[in-house]
Design a protein around this ligand. Sequence first.
Ligand SMILES: CC(C)(COP(=O)(O)OP(=O)(O)OC[C@H]1O[C@@H](n2cnc3c(N)ncnc32)[C@H](O)[C@@H]1OP(=O)(O)O)[C@@H](O)C(=O)NCCC(=O)NCCS
Length: 184
Amino acid sequence: MRLVERSIRSRAFLLQYLQIMEEFGEEIPWLQPLKPISFSTNPNYFRDQFLRRLGCEEEEIVPYQLVMSDVPREFVGGILYFPRSPEGFKDRNNQEILERIDSEGYRFISCLQVRDVFRGQGYGATIMQRALGAILEEHKKIWGVVSNPSLLPWYASMGAKVLSPAENKDELWVVSFAGHQESL
Ligand SMILES: CC(C)(COP(=O)(O)OP(=O)(O)OC[C@H]1O[C@@H](n2cnc3c(N)ncnc32)[C@H](O)[C@@H]1OP(=O)(O)O)[C@@H](O)C(=O)NCCC(=O)NCCS
């Protein structure tokens, strides 16, 4: 298994993008503006619109993908890295946390997913640990949002600190990662 970085205009990213939209398309508000470009076959248009619709000025978004090491390099799962988050919250506590961590230069990760046929075999943990290891080498602080509270202990086992109140209007939990992460 290898964790690789992809370009947003690559065929490999398109696979991940479609999985992300299937998994989170109805759940994550900032993915909504991307729906109309889902079936664009023009890679330059797709990339430009992807960045514009997410309000990203720089092309620093990195799709990380866990792939098999053999010739087909089958896509197993992945996570997206953003220099700045496209998130926004309704809950005042969450919004204050967001503003604070943005001002402190935290980087953002989102859309962790493993293809359903590969779940429960430790690949999700592998993606998190390797992506965190790669990002934390350069940027010292990372945050993300957990939408399923039953996953919070799993994130905590990988070094996440939960910043959101247990009860909040968004029913979303901001987690942060800092310091050195072990690469698996
Ligand atoms: C969450 C996800 C990435 C985990 O990937 P995975 O390869 O199955 O992860 P692992 O095998 O490394 O371990 C998963 C751990 O989370 C737990 N878990 C997975 N899905 C869960 C769920 N819906 N509720 C509670 N726990 C869950 C597993 O029981 C396991 O716990 P354990 O290590 O104590 O046994 C994968 O289930 C997935 O893609 N889910 C859909 C998208 C999603 O929810 N992403 C997270 C957004 S916050």
